[in-house]
Design a protein around this ligand. Structure first.
Ligand SMILES: Nc1nc2c(c(=O)[nH]1)N[C@H]1C(S)=C(S)[C@@H](COP(=O)(O)O)O[C@H]1N2
Ligand SMILES: [Mo]
Length: 396
């Protein structure tokens, strides 16, 4: 059997990455509990799979306003992930809808276009899939396949404009440097509608929280599609293609789709079928970061509830808390507005009364009027779990 380190190196495309791979069980972990693991230059994260590397951010690391680069979740579909030499890296811009195909170095990208920064949540479509009942296949993510960061780069629009966009362009396709181990596995390519590609907030980013992108989060440059789920945020970009026909790659037609009409969100017209449509925007959602469910608190005491709320870019209007079985709701205090694609911190002071179990429910509302549902809309891929969040306290 290969050792874990061998697997890690294989996952890194055979490139020696330095640093050690280690894995430990969380202290006092019960059988079946979350296993922690470490990728080079990352801190201990919750390991969901080794190969490809899928690592989730622990709840404690989702407390700060910005998720730190070394704690940010890592999601890959393919296991050959080369470490890219920034000096020889090239980004190719072409496709049937590009009139003047071009090739950019990292230097060109950084110096020839206007630099832009924005704060946005990167959330995997399958975040919380592991909480689905009945269980659905796929990486069994808990709450941490997401994070909030400041992304810095250039507008995709500016780069495409230089390549000359044909009037017939319908989609833009992105490829990254990672490849499958077996030739039968489809390479990871994604497309977005031309309108989304030309949106001024769609970026080719080379920095995260003011530092160069970490290897595992897409160095040297990745796509950032604020408000859309992480699947479109292609890492280790190598090629951008302006296309005049809908892209029919597996990761568009065979994955990351939801039943037609089941969820709100921006349409993706050129990829719709009568039965399914690509997942697009992040739905309004919240996460309670403290207290933890099961916490023991004294009757007649005060407990600070805290967490984050976010959506696909309308922005957060309110977060409401119920301590009486969802009959009455009171507003939480919102923290600093970091931008409409960022998450928003919230706080609420709970006054505990009689001993017993106290269920605290939290729901966010967006400026677009959307709110979190009580019940999960089941879908076979386990996406869009944005139901009302709860913690249960033991008041004694
Ligand atoms: N090249 C490449 N880019 C990719 C992926 C991938 O497998 N390969 N996965 C996507 C998915 S599904 C998600 S959720 C995000 C996760 O971003 P992160 O790993 O930086 O957290 O990357 C996206 N970009
Ligand atoms: Mo994802």
């Amino acid at each position: 059997m290969p050792s874990r380190r061998d697997l890690l190196l294989a996952a890194a495309g055979g490139v020696l990455l330095g640093g050690t791979a280690r894995s430990v069980l969380a202290a006092g972990a019960a059988p079946g509990a979350e296993e922690l693991g470490q990728l080079p230059s990352k801190k201990l994260l919750i390991r969901r799979s080794w190969r490809p590397p899928n690592y989730e951010t622990p709840l404690a690391d989702l407390v700060p306003a910005y998720t730190s680069n070394d704690a940010f979740f890592v999601r890959y579909h393919l296991s050959v992930i080369p470490e890219i030499d920034t000096d020889t890296w090239r980004l190719k811009i072409g496709g049937a809808g590009a009139q003047k195909p071009l090739m950019l170095t990292l230097r060109d990208l950084k110096h020839d276009f206007k630099r832009v920064s924005l704060v946005a949540v990167n959330q995997c479509s399958g975040n919380r899939r592991g909480l689905f009942a009945p269980r659905v296949p796929g990486v069994q993510w808990g709450n941490g396949a997401m994070g909030n960061a400041e992304w810095t780069g250039v507008r995709l629009r500016d780069v495409l404009t230089r390549a000359g966009i044909a009037g017939e362009a319908v989609e833009v396709v992105f490829n990254g440097a990672d490849t499958p181990v077996l030739p039968g596995t489809p390479d990871y390519l994604k497309s977005i509608p031309i309108e989304r590609a030309l949106d001024e907030r769609t970026l080719i980013a080379f920095e995260m929280n003011g530092r160069a992108l970490p290897h595992w989060n897409g160095a040297p440059a990745r796509l950032v599609v604020p408000g859309w789920t992480g699947t479109y945020w292609v890492k280790h970009l190598t090629e951008v293609r302006v296309e005049t026909a809908p892209f029919d790659g597996f990761w568009m037609t065979g994955a990351y789709r939801v039943p037609a009409g089941a969820f709100p969100g921006a349409p993706f017209k050129t990829q719709e079928t009568p039965l399914t449509t690509p997942i697009t925007e992040i739905l309004v959602n919240s996460l309670i970061t403290s207290p933890l469910s099961g916490a023991r608190v004294k009757a007649g005491s005060r407990v600070e509830l805290a967490g984050k709320a976010w959506d696909g870019g309308a922005g957060i209007a309110a977060v409401e808390v119920s301590t009486d079985g969802r009959q009455t709701w009171r507003p939480a205090t919102l923290g600093k507005d970091l931008g409409r694609f960022a998450w928003r911190e919230f706080r609420y002071r709970i006054e505990t009364q009689k001993p017993g179990l106290l269920v605290v429910a939290v729901r966010a509302r967006s400026l677009g009027g959307a709110t979190q549902p009580d019940k999960l809309t089941f879908n076979p891929a386990g996406y869009h779990d944005n139901i009302v969040q709860t913690v249960t306290l033991e008041v004694g």
